[in-house]
Design a binder for this molecule. Structure first.
Ligand SMILES: Cc1cc2nc3c(=O)[nH]c(=O)nc-3n(C[C@H](O)[C@H](O)[C@H](O)COP(=O)(O)O)c2cc1C
Length: 203
């Protein structure tokens, strides 16, 4: 069972979530999870102005996502930061390169989930995931969220990401908050849940 974790991360929050997801999915018997980053679309001088050049360089060794990666996967977990309440342009551009897969129906029936990160608590975590889902459904994918059996999304004792739509983290307005243990547990849960559903569908 081959799970692709396909992400974009400008400052490292989604990347940390992707790594936790991969570790968790790899603990499921018979599952092999690999991480891929979608291609950057911004030039280095723009990334430098956004304070994102070091984080971009730190990810250089992560293999690039391609449509073929999606076609070969049994399930896909997408990770994208919020941009004005939607996915990033980098992720959108990658998804818009998958028309050939759509034409062949190559992703029909494959389970897929989405996790996200936003700067502020109510800055678009749910809308980012919810507006991602139509693309998955146009591809015929089976949407997998973060069920309430992940109890970590229930409490109000600390700032925490996560909703039934998918795992998430809150980076803070200045990006200084890295994913908490509970945020990471959320994406681990979603990754394992996706892997188990992929196994059931394959059976
Ligand atoms: C152009 C732009 C738009 C953004 N829009 C939002 C937004 O609508 N809501 C929000 O809470 N954060 C917003 N952010 C903050 C990002 O979501 C935040 O930097 C990101 O979640 C950090 O994840 P990363 O380290 O993986 O890139 C925006 C950031 C940029 C650069």
């Amino acid at each position: 069972m081959n799970i692709a974790i396909v992400y974009y991360s400008m400052y490292g929050h989604i990347r940390a979530m992707a790594q936790a997801a991969a570790e968790a999915a790899n603990q499921v018997a018979g599952v092999r999870a690999e991480i891929y980053r979608v291609p950057e679309t911004l030039p280095d001088e723009v990334l430098a102005k956004m304070g994102a050049l070091d984080a971009a360089k730190a990810q250089a060794a992560v293999p690039l996502a391609t449509p073929e990666v999606l076609a070969a996967a049994d399930a896909v977990l997408f990770g994208t930061p919020t941009r004005f309440g939607n996915m990033t342009g980098q992720m959108r551009q990658f998804l818009d390169s998958t028309g050939g897969l759509w034409a062949k129906g190559a992703l029909i029936g494959k389970p897929a989930g989405v996790f996200t990160s936003s700067g502020t608590q109510h800055g678009g975590q749910e809308s980012t995931i919810l507006t991602f889902i139509p693309t998955l459904m146009h591809h015929g994918m089976v949407v997998v969220g973060l069920p309430y059996s992940f109890q970590g999304q229930m409490g109000v004792d600390e700032i925490v990401g996560g909703s039934p739509y998918g795992a998430s983290t809150i980076a803070g307005g200045d990006g200084s908050r890295m994913p908490s243990q509970r945020d990471l547990d959320g994406v681990r849960f979603q990754a394992r849940h996706l892997a188990e559903i992929a196994k059931k569908l394959a059976a």
